[in-house]
Design a protein around this ligand. Structure first.
Ligand SMILES: [Zn+2]
Length: 269
């Protein structure tokens, strides 16, 4: 990635975000294997006679995520960071109404206890990405701490939905080569920050999203902010009207694999 752009993103994001407790990296994706989790593992027809019957796990709701050819269709990926939070359920209602698969970069610390919301995301065709456990600035942590931040969130999501995120977004968009190596996952950035954490006004946020909307764009928002969720009332119908197909980051990537540790931002297709 263009280092200058990346660090500009860090600079823009870091200080106000620290003050506001928000901001994030964005994007979302799962190494391009879009439909890999659609089926439950097969079980033997009859267990060995000696096996104790185990309580059967509650089947996870799943919905296969359709493959979309974003080279032919005008795609756009909305991404929501820092949740789940108090507004996430309302956002999911809207996304369902407009058939708008999106990507959620969740914090493990917020996701713990909100497993139902995670399952709902998966069931409704959304993608879950890793935004660390506690939203630290990763460049300030030891490699061991970075790995722990990632692993704990992978565990929370895997336990909730049966599969772990395939991509991550570094908090504050803050990363470097050492972080990339420790993270070991594709790092998903965004086309342009909506600055929804700075201007908590639904009309302002909606206008910014619609201004930066472009085919192949990954757009950064926060589902922890009621104003950003409110903005979707305008954004979703307008994007549809403009002919966009809303997709997850993995759908946007299509069959092209993400590289572990790679940095992805702006448009791709
Ligand atoms: Zn964040």
């Amino acid at each position: 990635m263009n280092q200058r752009l990346m660090w500009a993103a860090v600079a823009v994001c870091l200080l106000p975000a620290l003050a506001a407790g928000g901001c994030g990296g964005d994007g979302g994706a799962r190494e391009g294997k879009v439909a890999a989790r659609a089926t439950a593992p097969a079980r033997p027809a009859s267990p060995p006679a000696t096996a104790k019957p185990k309580p059967s796990p509650k089947p996870l709701p799943t919905r296969s995520v359709p493959r979309v050819d974003c080279a032919r269709v005008q795609c756009l990926a909305l991404t929501f960071d820092d949740g789940p939070g108090e507004h996430t359920g309302r956002l999911l209602d809207m996304l369902r109404r407009y058939d708008a698969p999106s990507t959620f970069y969740v914090l493990g610390g917020s996701a713990k206890g909100e497993e139902r919301l995670l399952r709902r995301m998966t069931a409704e065709g959304h993608e879950i990405g890793n935004h660390t456990y506690g939203h630290p600035n990763l460049v300030e942590l030891s490699s061991e701490r970075i790995r722990s931040e990632i692993r704990r969130t992978q565990d929370v999501v895997r336990k909730a939905v049966g599969s772990a995120p395939r991509t991550m977004r570094p908090p504050y968009g803050s990363t470097d080569e050492r972080v990339a190596k420790a993270v070991g996952m594709p790092q998903i950035f965004w086309r342009s920050d909506t600055r929804d954490w700075a201007d908590r006004d639904a009309n302002v946020v909606a206008r910014r999203v619609l201004d930066i909307a472009a085919p192949g764009a990954v757009i950064l928002l926060h589902d922890t902010l009621g104003s950003s969720v409110d903005a979707m009332k305008k954004v979703l119908p307008e994007l549809k009207r403009r002919g966009y197909r809303l997709v997850t980051v993995s759908q946007l990537r299509g069959t092209k694999p993400f590289k572990p540790g790679g940095v992805y931002y702006r448009e791709w297709g």
